[in-house]
Structures are given as C-alpha cells and as structure tokens.
Ligand binder design. Structure first.
Ligand code: 5AD
Ligand code: SF4
Length: 480
C-alpha cells in the first residue's frame, strides 16, 4: 500500500464529473417535475462526520438538495463505521428497509461508503445479498465520489470500487458543506499506525498521513473570517501529527491558537504514549484552547494494555492525569474504556475501576469489547463470556455515572462562558451549550434580558444553578 498525494490537477476529472452529474440530475428533475433530493446517514466518529461534510459539499455542487427529515431521498447514502459490530448490524438492517423504497422509486440511488467497506466480508455480503445497492466505495476515495457516481450511473449495474491506496487529498481542494454554523471539523491527519490489537481502524483508514501545517492554518484563518467560533482538530492520534516539513502537533496547536476569530480550539484523540508535557502546557497557557482533554485509557491493567498493544503503563497514564489536573485545574478529562477484552480477569477489571476512580474522569465513553475479524485480538484465546462482560460493564457505568454527576455538581454556583449550540431537545425555552471544559449546560434566559435572532453559535456567561447526571442547569447572565 502506498500513500498518494492528490493535487488540484487530479481534481479536474472530478470537476468534470460534477458538471455532468449536475446536468443529468437537472434533466431528471425536470422530467419528474420536482427537485431531486439526497440524504446522508453518518455512523461512527467525527472523522466520518467530517467525511460526510465533504460528501454534502459535492452533492450541493451537483445541484441536489437535502431531503426533509422523514422523507426518503432520491439518493440515499450510508457512511458506515466498522469499529464495533452493532454498527454493522444496523447497516444491513437499514439496507433491507431501502429495498422497499427502491421498489417504489425505481430511479432511487443507494450508495454505501465508509470504513465498513474496507472489510471484504461486508462488501461480499452487499454484492451477494443487496444487488440493488448502486455504488460502494471506501473512505480513501471520498474525493473521487462524483467520478464514481457518474461511472455507476453509466454502468447501470452495481459498481464496487475499493482502493488499495491511501490518498492524502488536501482538504482545500475538496468542497465542504459544514453541518454546524459555529463548529468546524478540521482533520489534521488521516489513518492510524498504532494497530491496537482490538481495533479495525488501521485496516480501514490506512497509514498515518498528516496535512501540511500551512494548509491547516489557512483553513482556520478562513473559518475565523467566516465567523466560526470553534474548531475541532481531528485525527486518530493527533499527538503523532508530523507534516512533511517536520512540523509537530504542539507547533500546530500553538499556531492555531494565534488565528484571529477562533474562540475555541478542541482536539481529539490523544494517545497516552505520545502526548507530551508541552501539549498540556500549551493548553494551560492559551486562553482559546479548550480545557478538555480526551485521553483514552482503554483498561486499567498493564498486562492487558500489553496485549492490546498500548505501550504505556497505568502508572504513566496516571502521571499524565496528575500533570493535566495540576496545570489545568478547571479542566475536564474524558476517556474511552473497553470492557471484556480477551483474557480480562476480575482482577484486571478491578484495575479498570481503580484507574477510573483515581483519574476521576469527568466523562467516559465505555464500550463492550466487540470482536473485529482480521484484528489480532479476534484470534486471542479466552474471549470473555458475554454475561460476564455485561455485568462488568454495568459496574463500570454506575461508577462513571457517579463521577460525571460529581463533576457536574462541582460546577454549581460558578459562572462560566458557554458556547450556545441551540434550543434544548427537551423544551423550547431552554437553550443548550458547552463550557470550555465540554460540560453540557441547559439554561434559561431570564425575562429582562433581550435578544434577537438565532442564538446558535453565540457566547454567553451562564450561572450554574443545579446539577443533573449528564448535564448542568443554569441561567443566562449576559451575552458576550
Ligand atoms: N471493541 C470495542 N470498542 C472498541 N474501540 C475500538 N475498537 C473496539 C472494539 N473492537 C473503542 C476504543 C476506541 C474507541 C474509538 O472505540 O475504546 O478508543
Ligand atoms: Fe484504533 Fe488504537 Fe488507532 Fe485509536 S490508536 S484508531 S484505538 S488502533
């Protein structure tokens, strides 16, 4: 497998395909007397969400509009995730449902892309059991989507195009339609070289490749000018970012914080083996870098960490936690934890509970181990029985719920800056947003404070009045 750098010239055939598709869809739409629509369903992580923003960008250039919620689109796209088995189950379930849609609308186009398509068994299953899927391609070829779509329409038969190359197409040459008007997802690197033994990502996303620092900073400058308040620098392991000219993640983080107009910078994910004191110091000393660190620990046993191919010890991990807590006392720490990795004993699991207590995570994403065929862990002996995993998982969840509640309680009485994300999902007079530390806040606006228009993306001071298990209630004191 090699890494191919995609240039602006390589995108010329893509532009031609977009023009052709625009004409094609416009005449189709004239035939059926209504605008043609598309929909994208995105599963999994923020890198997938970022890929989908590029797909939105390309659909927009083709002159298509997004289908209203609840309506089946003319072009349905599923951007899949392969990290755990349940995401796969959902895909095949959904594909079954679209069969009926395709019967009703014979011109309906069904497209499947994303990480699952890098797993041969999944592609074989689509070829065999879902012949009505029109196009299948992998995440490495996102930038080629219009060419692949045009070719599949010409072919009038299922087109499966899975590459064996890793591309690095600089984001500046790919159209993007961002889905949030205040938060921009900015991938700084692609792929992963870590090969944690449970994880499929190094197989689906390929080898690590970093964007040029200059290109990332140019993108941030443009975002600042367009009024984006928050950027999320994304990568599977941002600490191993290294651009061709040798720039490192601390350098990129510092340069990002100097860009005008960007009020908040978040980054994820970090790997305990690579995160440096320098990154923590930069977080502590730069006002617009969020005080939230996501640092996956995965488990609390050195023995299992070795089997997971995670080259750090719990002692080292807790050392990083201590440094972070000291340097960023108002900050928050979150993590990822897997329960039931092969060979996990009760003692190992007690170690996990112990590290959770000691680190006092503010939030945690907890997962039951899911066998990923093709990974090293899939063929390890001593797979843990599912009833044991479920029972341990519940114990972990209940401990973490207590810690998250405590973290929320500790905020009560304080006033902090909140970036407003919109109206809360529970009531239309309640707004929601996040603090610098990524705590979720639901707040009301007292009578007497006037405001106009959409509040999404505005910054406000909010006083925190009470805590809930997963959020904090508050009252707005004033807009910033
Ligand atoms: N089973 C369960 N969880 C997994 N993760 C990755 N692979 C697996 C797997 N096979 C989790 C890890 C990772 C997060 C993104 O997903 O905790 O940090
Ligand atoms: Fe998977 Fe490990 Fe890479 Fe994260 S660092 S994507 S868990 S292999």
């Amino acid at each position: 497998m090699s890494i191919i750098k995609v240039t602006g010239n390589d995108m010329l055939p893509v532009k031609e395909a977009v023009i052709e598709l625009k004409e094609y869809f416009s005449s189709k739409s004239a035939d059926c007397g209504r605008p043609l629509t598309f929909s994208i369903r995105t599963y999994g992580c923020q890198l997938n969400e970022s890929d989908s923003e590029k797909l939105y960008g390309m659909f927009d250039l083709m002159g298509l509009s997004e289908a209203p919620e609840g309506e089946t689109a003319d072009i349905v796209m599923l951007n899949t995730c392969a990290v755990r088995e349940n995401a796969e189950d959902r895909l095949f379930g959904n594909l079954g449902v679209f069969k009926a849609g395709k019967k009703e609308n014979r011109d309906m186009i069904i497209i499947v892309c994303g990480c699952m398509m890098k797993v041969k068994e999944n592609v074989d299953r689509i070829k065999k059991s879902f012949p009505y899927v029109d196009l299948v391609f992998d995440p490495q070829q996102i930038h080629l989507f219009p060419v692949l779509l045009r070719d599949s329409l010409r072919k009038k038969k299922q087109l499966v195009n899975i590459s064996s190359e890793d591309y690095i197409a600089d984001d500046s040459i790919i159209p993007v339609t961002r889905q949030r008007k205040f938060r921009a997802l900015v991938p700084i690197m692609y792929g992963c070289n870590n090969f944690c033994t449970y994880c499929i990502v190094p197989y689906t996303r390929g080898r690590e490749r970093s964007r040029d620092m200059g290109s990332v900073i140019e993108e941030l400058k443009a975002l600042g000018q367009q009024g984006y308040k928050e950027v999320m620098l994304l990568g599977q392991n941002v600490n191993s970012y290294r651009s061709e000219d040798g720039s490192t993640f601390p350098e990129l983080l510092k340069a990002s914080s100097e860009v005008d107009g960007i009020e908040r910078i978040r980054f994820m994910s970090s790997h305990p083996k690579d995160i440096s004191d320098e990154v923590i110091d930069i977080m502590a000393s730069h006002k617009n870098i969020e005080t939230h660190l996501h640092l996956p620990v995965q488990c609390g046993s050195d023995r299992l960490l070795k089997k997971m191919n995670r080259p750090y010890t719990i002692e080292k991990y807790l050392g990083i936690v201590e440094r972070f807590r000291k340097a960023v006392p108002e900050g928050s720490l979150s993590t990822d934890i897997i329960v039931g990795f092969p060979g996990e004993t009760e003692e190992d699991f007690e170690g996990t509970l112990d590290v959770v207590r000691k680190a006092a995570f503010d939030f945690a994403f907890t997962f039951q181990y899911s066998v990923r065929p093709g990974t090293k862990a899939a063929s390890m002996p001593d797979q843990v029985p599912s009833d044991v995993v479920t029972e341990r998982f519940q114990r972990l969840l209940s401990l973490q719920n207590d810690l998250t509640y405590k973290s929320n309680l500790a905020k009560v009485g304080k006033t902090e800056e909140v970036l407003i994300e919109g109206i809360s999902s529970t009531a239309d007079h309640i707004f929601s947003g996040r603090t610098m530390s990524n705590h979720l806040i639901n707040f009301t606006i007292p009578e007497g404070i006037s405001f106009e228009g959409d509040l999404e993306g505005r910054l406000a001071n909010v006083k925190f009045t009470s805590a809930r298990p997963y959020s904090i209630d508050g009252e707005l004191e004033g807009f910033l």
